[in-house]
Design a protein around this ligand. Sequence first.
Ligand code: SAM
Length: 231
Amino acid sequence: MTSSPAFSSTAFSGAAATRYADAPPRQVPGFHDLHRMIRLLLAETLPPDARLLILGAGGGLEMKSLAEAQPGWHFDGVDPSADMLQIARQTVGPLAGRMGFHQGYVQDAPAGPFDAATALLTFHFIPLAQRVATLRQLHRRLKPGAPLVLVHISFPQDEPARSQWIARHVAFGAADDADPARLEQSRQAIAARLTILPPEQEEAHLRAAGFRDVSLFYAAFSLRGWIACAD
Ligand SMILES: C[S@@+](CC[C@H](N)C(=O)[O-])C[C@H]1O[C@@H](n2cnc3c(N)ncnc32)[C@H](O)[C@@H]1O
């Protein structure tokens, strides 16, 4: 598949969802090492029986990675796409016994309180007007001091930097023989449909929602990752 389906509004239904597992390792630099970093960071402070909230859990890749590393951790995964949640169930297989799956948005998540939360490759799908509110909804479900991990597309939004970074992002995830017309479609879809913010605005949103110790731990081409603590 080309890079476009993973970023279109219909990306997370039907056949596109079925193909999902192939996309992140190709589109996200160091995808497996990124999961390893997140496992290490969370294990620094979480107890052996931790309960984690996974926002945008569709596909199940991070739930599988975290659950395999930590046999005592339990997970609640939330995602608006029924198809992506079904893929997640298939991906995690027998690990599903330690997991709950909830179709919906952050406000539909269990109340917790959780020991940690993650939202990987998800926040760029959340409109600007809902960003801080979504972070506040995550914050209210976390125990005091609990970590939140965010990883998503973030780069400068002034031109020409914005257009250059969209083109670089598409090019990185594309096959060598990708059709130029499809690449242009992908660039246009990202520009029109994703909410991409500069890193400093992302960090300001985290602080506005009540998170402290905001720390950039991952910066790879068009993507950034932060860990922060709930006050
Ligand atoms: C690119 S996938 C990432 C899935 C998974 N976190 C991963 O890293 O492989 C984005 C997911 O976010 C979900 N999503 C889109 N908008 C969302 C929202 N407002 N709240 C929660 N999840 C959302 C999609 O349905 C999709 O499953």
